[in-house]
Design a protein around this ligand. Structure first.
Ligand SMILES: C[S@@+](CC[C@H](N)C(=O)[O-])C[C@H]1O[C@@H](n2cnc3c(N)ncnc32)[C@H](O)[C@@H]1O
Length: 258
């Protein structure tokens, strides 16, 4: 593979906004994709605690990109997440205010309500992570596709999840027949689709070229690298939690609180 040294490895990237999310496996890739693609307009459909959105915003700020980020969610939950409390929204809103004021915005509404706020061909990076039934994700994809710029990238989370009525995998199987696509199978799976048109692939940044024009070996290497990166971030976080727990236990013991 032509030498690719991702920003996430160069700076020893760590997500600033922690918290529980099945998106953790893809944090390093999300960070590098934003750095590579340098989107001017990024939209996420489905944010909940904002893990993936936080990663995108962090990369946009760290790389001083001229990028505006929107997260769309009712912050009420859906059939798969279940309903959740106001504190989820409040915590994310205060994180965004603290670190990404004037760069990132939360649109608290349904995806269908939000789509009218964006013009056709305007979105450079779209992340679809709402309700994961086949019907819902197909609807989200077809409704938002015209808003994506030629050469823009669309991410689909949970393409490898087959439990219950999850159906992103089914849409992903169909889309792969019709569009340039790259599949990450690790974690719950992440699909990366490039909308045809726009700049020639040869003029795209190296990561995009590897994803959509690399040899089978290059693509395999990229998939493995980001699987390892995801595992590394998870392990490091677990090790830190474990260490903090031990330190607190020792403190309690020393102060006689045990
Ligand atoms: C899987 S979670 C998002 C996870 C998030 N991307 C992360 O990094 O952890 C899905 C979210 O989509 C929202 N959602 C689902 N369908 C929606 C719709 N049609 N309009 C607005 N929000 C929706 C839910 O409220 C929920 O918070």
């Amino acid at each position: 593979m032509s030498l690719y040294f991702p920003p996430s490895l160069r700076v020893d990237f760590e997500p600033r906004l922690g918290g529980q999310s099945t998106w953790q496996d893809h944090a390093a890739f999300g960070y590098d994709l934003v750095a590579a693609k340098a989107p001017r307009l990024l939209v996420e459909l489905g944010s909940q605690r904002g893990f993936s959105f936080g990663v995108f915003c962090q990369s946009a700020r760290t790389h001083s990109l001229d990028c505006t980020c929107y997260a769309v969610d009712t912050w009420a939950g859906d059939e798969h997440t279940g309903s959740y409390g106001e504190e989820i929204y409040d915590k994310l809103a205060s994180h965004i205010r603290e670190y990404y004021r004037h760069y990132a915005y939360l649109l608290r509404m349904t995806f269908d309500e939000a789509v009218g706020q964006f013009s056709d061909g305007s979105i450079d990076l779209l992340h679809i992570d709402g309700l994961h039934t086949y019907e819902a994700v197909s609807h989200d994809f077809h409704t938002w596709y015209p808003r994506v710029a030629a050469g823009g990238v669309i991410l689909f989370h949970d393409i490898a999840e087959r439990q219950g009525d999850f159906g992103v995998w089914k849409l992903w199987e169909e889309l792969q027949q019709q569009h340039p696509c790259f599949t990450f199978k690790h974690g719950h799976g992440l699909g990366v689709l490039r909308k045809p048109g726009g700049v020639e692939l040869a003029d795209e940044p190296q990561l995009i070229q590897l994803l959509f024009g690399g040899s089978a070996e290059d693509r395999q290497t990229v998939a493995e690298m980001y699987s390892i990166a995801g595992q590394f971030l998870k392990n490091r976080r677990q090790a830190r939690k474990f260490r903090e727990g031990r330190e607190q236990a020792i403190k309690r013991k020393m102060t006689g609180q045990a």
